[in-house]
Design a protein around this ligand. Structure first.
Ligand SMILES: CC(=O)SCCNC(=O)CCNC(=O)[C@H](O)C(C)(C)COP(=O)(O)OP(=O)(O)OC[C@H]1O[C@@H](n2cnc3c(N)ncnc32)[C@H](O)[C@@H]1OP(=O)(O)O
Length: 522
């Protein structure tokens, strides 16, 4: 298969991240001007990737404004040559678009397979090369650097290798900085990736090649790995693996793989990977699967009691992939496979110590709840403890006395609320974008009056059991942020009530502020 592996340990690899161009080609994703700027800043200044591709030329007025805004910032910071825009073989049209936006680098989309040039462009290879040379000459006159994408290169190598060689042969002496080899349709496997990249590198030793993977067979990371082994020294990534169809190679997985398996170096600061991942999740609206390596919510969560027990005994389950490297922490899930060890770890985190008998009781209750398919968040643990041990250390400091929420078609939803906080009753009334929003706005007014901070709602997840029963229980898990992030849950057949229950839980969490001193006296 892959032949002799070149010695790569300790060598340097560069990263070109295309979240803002190929990542935006994920169905349904469109970044606003401000979002493009925020992601560009984090990628270049915090994560420290080497280059970014931020747009396709000619797309829209909005894309132009976003590109211009990133270019203005990049110019002030001296990053202009690291910010690239995809453009087309269209004489001066794309170049002018890029120049007007303040850009200095075009990634010129050329055809990498004979099929594409003859059937899509309806040109001969010779005509295509002439057109490309014209764009390169124009770019040079305009002070714009050129990299060339050989679109559909992987297919070209399979079915028209001579055409690919003809293209590179003709481009290698032109003013082209890099030739980028995309597996446009994600058709490659690791062996072919290795062989095709090796062919390029050995045939054109003076050309700098990039490799651009797609994940259609879930092989993007494996193909990146083999491209590097074949001698490629720059790979393309996207944050969270966004990208057309099944996406591109995820930045975080590429970085961890390069470092741990190939022992190579990059400029990337891996401690910032989780931050950029969350930012892109929020801006793109594409949720990260909870089991996505390195960035998924539960990938550093031990679920089984036996693993948690091993962690307490000289880190028996240690591996190189420590969560702290990526700005995260190890967590211990609460569920039916938790066992005492997991629950103990969570209690320690909250500063709660229980005797053996109490720990057993709490463990049994958690297993019971999990059997009923309930999600148990660590922030709710103190309540479970208080409930099981029948003490009032975790008292309900906040109680709803009454509330009503109204929705009338054509009018703004309204809510009125009466709640008890620390034995005093407060009432408020508000409108909102929805009924739950009206409820929260009313409570916020009370908190404002009391000059107490109200946490920010970070995430709101509603689930119902599959099967389509309209009377099923709805589970709402809300993520909040005050000085830290925490989750609370509400369970009810009515969706608004489930969210309101989760909100009251949250108010009790902040009012009690994990009043664990009392619990420890137990
Ligand atoms: C590496 C990759 O991921 S490739 C993805 C590249 N990015 C994009 O396509 C997103 C941005 N694209 C767009 O917004 C639009 O496609 C535009 C503005 C570029 C062009 O729009 P339209 O004029 O409406 O054409 P349309 O979208 O149908 O594209 C097809 C045309 O592009 C031509 N074309 C295809 N590849 C290229 C190329 N590399 N250079 C120049 N023209 C090309 C086709 O031959 C076809 O031309 P024809 O209509 O004369 O036959």
């Amino acid at each position: 298969m892959t032949g002799k592996t070149v010695e790569i340990s300790g060598k340097h690899l560069t990263i070109m991240d295309t979240t803002l161009r190929d990542g935006e080609q994920t169905s349904g994703v469109s970044f606003s001007e401000g979002e493009k700027l925020s992601v560009a800043k984090v990628l270049l200044e915090d994560v420290k990737v080497d280059r970014i591709e931020i747009a396709s030329a000619r797309v829209s007025e909005g894309e132009f404004k976003g590109t211009k805004r990133v270019m203005q910032w990049a110019a002030q910071k001296g990053h202009l040559e690291k910010v690239e825009v995809l453009g087309f073989v269209d004489d001066k049209i794309s170049l002018q678009w890029i120049a007007d936006a303040g850009g200095k680098v075009i990634n010129l989309l050329c055809k990498g397979s004979h099929k594409h040039v003859t059937e899509q462009l309806r040109k001969t290879p010779e005509q295509h090369i002439e057109d490309i040379k014209q764009v390169i000459n124009n770019a040079t006159e305009m002070g714009i650097k050129v990299n060339v994408y050989l679109e559909d290169w992987s297919n070209g190598m399979r079915n028209s290798r001579d055409y690919v060689h003809f293209m590179v042969e003709n481009l290698k002496n032109e003013k082209v900085d890099r030739i980028m080899l995309p597996d446009t349709l994600g058709i490659l496997d690791p062996d072919e990736t290795y062989d095709f990249c090796k062919d390029m590198i050995e045939s054109f030793p003076d050309v700098d090649f990039d490799f651009h993977a797609h994940n259609d067979y879930d092989l993007a990371i494996a193909n990146v790995f083999h491209a590097i082994k074949a001698g490629i020294r720059c790979v393309h990534t996207t944050v969270n693996g966004l990208g057309e169809r099944a996406g591109n190679a995820p930045l975080s997985s590429v970085i961890a793989t390069i470092k741990d398996h190939l022992k190579m170096k990059t400029n990337v600061n891996e401690a910032q990977l989780n931050k950029v991942s969350k930012l892109v999740e929020s801006f793109s609206g594409i949720r990260i699967p909870t089991n996505k390596p390195l960035i998924g919510e539960f990938v550093f969560t031990q679920c089984s009691g036996i693993h948690a027990d091993g962690d307490s005994k000289n880190n028996l389950y240690f591996n190189e992939l420590l969560p702290e490297r990526f700005g995260r922490t190890r967590q211990y899930a609460l569920g039916k496979t938790s066992g005492k060890a997991n629950i103990k770890k969570n209690l320690e985190e909250l500063g709660i110590e229980l005797d053996k008998e109490s720990l057993k009781k709490v463990t049994n209750r958690i297993i019971e709840l999990a059997d009923q398919k309930e999600t148990i968040t660590s922030d709710e643990l103190p309540y479970i403890v208080a409930d099981v041990l029948e003490n009032d250390f975790f008292e309900q400091k906040v109680r709803v006395i009454n509330y009503s929420v109204h929705y009338t078609m054509g009018l703004r939803p309204v809510a009125s609320v009466s709640i008890e906080i620390g034995k005093k009753i407060y009432e408020e009334f508000s409108d909102g974008d929805g009924q739950y929003n009206a409820f929260v706005n009313s409570v916020k007014k009370i908190y404002k009056r009391l000059e107490k901070p109200f946490p920010v709602l970070v995430d709101y997840l509603v689930t119902i059991p599959p099967g389509g029963r309209t009377n099923a229980l709805v589970e709402t898990v809300i993520t909040w942020r005050n000085n830290h992030e925490f989750k609370t849950k509400g369970l009810h057949p009515d969706q608004n009530t489930a969210a309101i229950l989760a909100t009251i839980r949250m108010l009790n969490v902040i009012e009690n502020d994990y009043n664990t001193e009392n619990l420890n006296k137990n």
